[in-house]
Design a protein around this ligand. Structure first.
Ligand code: ADP
Length: 489
């Protein structure tokens, strides 16, 4: 049997194809940028045709390097979540630009639904909140504002899907499925329902006939048409990016938690087969589905993480590279009382204050670049500490935190996280955990591994541990100053 796994990682800013060996070794990578369209303030669109063309080009590049399609055992796909693609089933062509997860255009519709008193029931059933972030209101917008989409709906040829669904449709030549982890981000899938729900579809005004069939996260999910890679490669793993990273971090048992620090920060705790119900404004989501059985996660999303460092670099010119923040933080014993609340685009979990704005508190004449840069890095631990409190209050305390994402390369920040959370923090040497999770799913789905546990043992490499070393009074004093500054935001 061929032993290479092809992962397609269709992200927000770029799409990639990666080739993994059975032992987790990365054999080849191809990457293409995606064009970001901003037609109005707060609107973000992608060209779904471009996502497909560039993903296929990347895939063909690495399949050629592998020596042809027959060398590939299976394909795993992971993707930017919540983004909505509308296409015509007959032609296979997009009907409108894809509306991206960051897009805020449906805020008024969300407010209208919230004012009408629907949020509690929606949250109870789907684990989500009435926020433009999720897919259903974007689908409704397309039906209301695009003649092409409305026309296809009338003819009965409209297909909606998230990005993995779109890619599977194109690869397979017509299979219309969505894996449960992606489907659980739409507001249309009850956490305990096998398929999209007619009542929820009615509430958001989305025709159920346009939606994909909800399928497992691994197994024989679809097969690639011969024309793409000259071989009928099976598609055996599908997962939204954050769920995939959770699996790639080996968080396979209840209570195990990962935090990804990229542009924003996303924390997920495995909740096993118990449906999570948060009383602290965290999200309940499907982690994965196998043989129709679901595993769930509790999720906390923070909007601003690495983008704060980018802002210090690009808008303020305090640093030349993101990596420089580490040496500056180390050059001083503390931030000299400076605290930053990074609410530059509002506050996410557990506060959910869209109107909040950033604060820099505790400035004195002794405050310079190093103090402000250090305070920016310290803000990551402060935000994560608030999430830790919310997760614990929801019955999901963390025993260990596994970190990844571009920012996790910062050793000083990793140690500060460990210190401020009073927790062991673990970072894998191979930080591409999102792609690795999709490779693990595909590996199990094609029978290369008997279980995800076996896949994790074979494919996950070494990790580095950070151990808490901060005095409790120092930690408490910093958290007290953080809470004061937070109130001002
Ligand atoms: P995304 O996947 O969201 O595009 P990445 O995981 O690639 O993000 O992480 C990039 C972010 O991490 C950038 O915002 C950058 O400012 C930040 N970053 C990268 N390296 C470091 C570092 N050594 N210290 C602090 N921040 C960093």
């Amino acid at each position: 049997m061929s032993e290479l796994i092809l992962v397609l990682d269709a992200g927000t800013t770029s799409t990639r194809a990666m080739l993994f060996a059975r032992d987790g070794a990365l054999q080849a990578v191809a990457q293409r940028e995606l064009t970001q369209h901003y037609p109005q303030p707060g609107w973000v669109e992608h060209d779904a045709g471009e996502i497909w063309d560039r993903t296929l080009a990347c895939a063909r590049e690495v399949v050629d390097q592998a020596g042809g399609g027959e060398r590939i055992a299976a394909i795993g796909i992971t993707n930017q979540r919540e983004t909505v693609v509308a296409w015509d089933r007959t032609s296979g062509d997009p009907l409108h630009r894809a509306i991206v997860w960051q897009d805020r255009r449906t805020a008024p519709f969300c407010t209208q639904l919230r004012d009408a008193g629907h949020e509690a029931e929606v949250q109870q059933r789907t684990g989500l909140l009435l926020d433009p972030y999720f897919s259903a209101t974007k689908m409704r917008w397309l039906l209301d504002h695009s003649e092409a989409v409305a026309g296809a709906a009338q003819r009965g040829t409209l297909a909606f899907g998230t990005v993995e669904s779109w890619l599977v449709f194109k690869l397979s030549g017509g299979e219309h499925v969505s894996d449960a982890s992606n489907a659980s981000r739409t507001l249309l899938l009850p956490l305990d329902g096998a398929q999209f729900d007619p009542g929820l579809c009615d509430l958001f005004g989305v025709p159920q006939s346009a939606l994909p069939r909800v399928c497992d996260s691994h197994g024989a999910l679809a097969t690639c048409a011969q024309e793409w890679f000259a071989a009928p490669i099976p598609i055996c793993g599908l997962a939204g990016d954050q769920q995939s990273a959770t699996i790639g971090q080996g968080c396979l048992d209840p209570g195990e938690t990962k935090a990804t620090y990229g542009t924003g920060a996303f924390v997920l705790t495995n909740m096993g087969e118990a449906i999570p119900h948060s009383s602290h404004r965290l999200l309940g989501t499907v982690l994965m589905q196998q043989g129709g059985v679901r595993h769930y996660a509790l999720e906390g999303s923070v909007f601003v993480a690495g983008s704060l460092i980018q802002w210090l670099r690009d808008s303020l010119g305090f640093i030349v590279s993101a990596g420089e923040s580490e040496a500056l933080a180390r050059s001083i014993p503390d931030s000299g009382g400076v605290i930053i609340v990074p609410a530059l685009s509002g506050l996410g979990a557990p506060h959910w204050r869209a109107e909040a704005r950033g604060v820099i508190a505790g400035l004195s004449f002794a405050s310079g670049k190093p103090q402000i840069v250090r305070a920016a890095l310290e803000a990551m631990a402060h935000q994560t500490a608030d999430l830790a409190t919310a997760f614990a209050a929801d019955g999901a305390p963390w025993g260990l935190l596994r970190i990844d994402g571009g920012m996790s390369a910062n050793d000083w920040m990793a140690q500060d996280l460990s210190d401020m959370l009073a927790l062991e923090v673990e970072r894998p040497d191979f930080v591409e955990t999102t792609a690795l999770g999709a490779a693990m799913l595909a590996g199990v789905g094609c029978g290369m591994f008997a279980s995800l546990g076996e896949a994790a043992k074979a494919m996950r490499g070494r990790v580095r541990r950070f151990t808490p070393a901060m005095a409790d009074d120092v930690r408490q004093e910093r958290l007290a100053r953080w809470r004061k500054a937070l109130a001002a935001a």
